[in-house]
Structure formats: structure tokens, C-alpha cells
Design a protein around this ligand. Structure first.
Ligand code: GLA
Length: 370
């Protein structure tokens, strides 16, 4: 057999070049754990402050005074930013590309089926395995220094979603003690979008206490009942005569342990309320009052829904910022958003974003003392 030296040399060189390119691309893959986590602190003229990380756009602290002027951190999270690199239940994070659940991790858009991570039982939750809560955002300080703008480009196909999506989230802390969160996004292919802020609040500032004594009012006449896997059944249920009625201010704990199939599924409240806001204006959606400290928080949004989650799955495994661990119901979340599973329910307000359109949404958290 004749040995073709030229061919052998050619194939050996090609193999070496291929290995080198592979290694090169391996080394240039982003190693998130090595990017520096930077924290930004917004302080207003009354001393209210909000701390935000470039990792996940996480709000790592919000400090507000009680009625005697004592400032305390009222959001769950960790003392060291590095702890947010380990798994945690979306503490303070920006959640996307699609907040909340998508049934069976699938949806159809313009005749094509998209498959997403099933990271919550059979369902897709909060954007998947590496959602917006996990990525590093580029941060710019606003000109008048009262806020920051975070930007992120979610690549076409990231977590299974179509289209390069460019997203900005702006956090502004005003001198009237309001934290404004503004979202904007554009895509180059038709996609779905649902963005929220996943802060966990305990207005007492003492995380060893449960939030059942906080008084809540929700400006919603109905809510979305869910199936056993926490996907909305599709029906819109009036809250009247049910534990879901927060139309008048009521303690969160008042009805939370009532025998009720919906409360059993969520181990408490973990449902989306349908806001009485048909015009898409920025309106008051919720109001929370902690009688002992006097701290109050009003939530305004232009979104159609708000998910009340009462920290039911916190299980004393994560270390608290103060002392001990975070237990069940040691915080509540009020996640302003579109309805869960919207991409699969044509009756729900649309979450489709097309090229050329600009997605905008805004939520305000206004803090006060009463
Ligand atoms: C959301 C969900 C909850 C839970 C938390 C994170 O609010 O609705 O079921 O997954 O996030 O733990």
C-alpha cells in the first residue's frame, strides 16, 4: 500500500487546528463565576436606600424607616453578593424572559413549537435554568444619579426562546420614597415576554418573624385558579366569598390556613390576581401595611396581573441576613406581570412581542410610614 505523506500531513494539521479552535472556544465561553459582582447603592434625601447588583439585577437591600425613624432592611437576601451565585429562590431578582410558569415547557408561535426547560415539575418557571436572574447585566448610572439602567441581550435561542431580545431595566429611587422599575425590550424575531421583579418583603425588618400580621389590600376583583401543577386552569374566578378576597385591607394570615383546595396547592397564596386595570394605565395594584412598625408599601403597575407569593416554599435552608434561616412565610412577593402560561392561552392578554414593537412596562414601589 502506498502511503500518501501529503495527505497524512494535511489531515494531521487539520486535526491539530480543529483541536486548537475547540480549546479556544472553550476558553472564551463566559465563565459567569469569574465576573465581578458589583453593587450599586441608591440613596434619596430622606436616607431611604436601595442596593442593586449587576448579577441578575438583584435588589439586595431596601432600607426604610419605621414610625420612630429606625431604618431597617425590609427585603430577604444574603449578606455577601457571592452567595447569590448559589441556588436561591429568585431573591430580589429580575425575572425573564418569561416570568412565572409555562405549561409543560412548551408553546407554539407562528406555527412553530418551542421547547423550554421544565424546571418546575412538568412546567417551565421564571425563564428556565439560566434566566435573567442569573445573568450579568451591563450597568449605567443615570445622569442625575438617582437611578441606574441595566441592559442585557438575550440571544436568539437562549433558554429555548426565539429572537435576540435586547432588554433594559431602569431602577430609580425618587425623593418621594418611590422605587420605580421600568422595563423596555425589543426583539428581531417574534417572541414572548413577561418581566417581573421578585423581591421578598418583610416590612418588620425582622426576618425571624412571619408576614402573616401584615395587612394587604389588592385592587382585584378576581384571580386565576390553578391546577395541581400551579398552571392557571384558564378560568377567571371572582374573589368574593373566598380567602382570595383582599379587596378590603385584611391580614395576610387571616384566611391563609382555611381549608381550600387552591391554598393547599400553593401551600398558601401563590396565585395571580387579575387587576381591575383594563386601560393599561399605571394604577395602584396593592397596598401593604405592617401595623407594629408603621411601614407601608404601595405597588403601582400597568401590568394586568400580580402574583402574591407568601414564601410558602422557604424551608429554613438559607441563611438569613440577620440571624437564623429563612422559614416559611417569612416574606411576601408581589410580582407584577402578565398572566402565567399566557403563550398557551389565547383568551389571556397577549405576551407576544414582534420585531419593530417596543415592549414597555412599569412598576412603582412607594414606601411610607403610617
Ligand atoms: C414564584 C412562584 C412560586 C415559587 C417562587 C420561587 O413566585 O410562583 O411558586 O416558585 O417563585 O420559589
Amino acid at each position: 500500500m502506498k502511503i500518501d505523506l501529503k495527505k497524512i500531513i494535511f489531515f494531521s494539521m487539520a486535526t491539530i487546528i480543529f483541536i486548537l479552535i475547540r480549546q479556544q472556544s472553550h476558553f472564551t465561553e463566559p465563565n459567569y463565576k469569574n465576573i465581578e459582582i458589583i453593587s450599586y447603592n441608591l440613596v434619596n434625601k430622606h436616607g431611604y436606600s436601595v442596593e442593586i447588583l449587576n448579577l441578575g439585577g438583584i435588589i439586595s437591600s431596601i432600607k426604610t424607616p419605621d414610625r420612630s425613624g429606625v431604618f431597617k432592611d425590609i427585603t430577604l437576601g444574603f449578606t455577601s453578593p457571592k452567595q447569590y451565585l448559589d441556588e436561591h429562590p429568585y431573591f430580589g431578582a429580575i425575572v425573564g424572559r418569561f416570568a412565572n410558569r409555562i405549561a409543560n415547557g412548551k408553546f407554539e408561535l407562528e406555527g412553530k413549537e418551542y421547547i423550554l426547560a421544565q424546571n418546575n415539575g412538568p412546567n417551565h418557571l421564571h425563564g428556565g435554568a439560566l434566566g435573567f436572574d442569573n445573568v450579568y447585566w451591563e450597568v449605567d448610572t443615570l445622569e442625575n444619579k438617582n437611578g441606574i439602567q441595566l441592559s442585557y441581550i438575550s440571544a436568539d435561542g437562549e433558554e429555548g426562546y426565539p429572537g435576540n431580545l435586547s432588554v433594559t431595566v431602569t431602577y430609580i429611587l425618587t425623593d418621594d420614597n418611590t422605587l420605580k422599575v421600568k422595563y423596555e425590550a425589543q426583539t428581531d424575531k417574534t417572541t414572548v415576554i413577561n418581566l417581573t421583579q421578585h423581591s421578598y418583603f418583610n416590612l418588620s425588618g425582622d426576618f425571624s418573624k412571619q408576614i402573616l400580621d401584615h395587612e394587604l389590600q389588592l385592587f382585584a376583583d378576581s384571580y386565576l385558579p390553578v391546577d395541581n401543577t400551579q398552571i392557571p386552569t384558564g378560568s377567571i374566578q371572582l374573589v368574593a366569598d373566598s380567602p382570595f378576597d383582599f379587596r378590603a385591607r385584611k391580614e395576610i394570615g387571616k384566611d391563609i390556613d382555611i381549608k381550600n383546595n387552591q391554598l393547599e396547592i400553593g401551600k398558601g397564596y401563590d396565585h395571580c390576581w387579575v387587576l381591575n386595570n383594563t386601560k393599561k394605565d399605571l394604577v395602584k395594584a396593592a397596598s401593604v401595611y405592617h401595623p407594629q412598625s408603621g411601614r407601608m408599601m404601595d405597588v403601582y403597575t400597568d401590568q394586568p396581573g400580580i402574583q402574591l407569593y407568601t414564601g410558602n416554599f422557604l424551608d429554613d435552608t438559607l441563611p438569613s441576613k440577620t440571624q437564623g434561616t429563612y422559614g416559611p412565610r417569612s416574606a411576601f412577593c408581589l410580582e407584577t406581570q402578565h398572566f402565567p402560561n399566557s403563550p398557551n392561552v389565547s383568551d389571556f392578554p397577549t405576551t407576544i412581542l414582534k420585531p419593530g414593537e417596543i415592549f414597555t412596562s412599569e412598576t412603582h414601589f412607594k414606601f411610607s410610614v403610617n
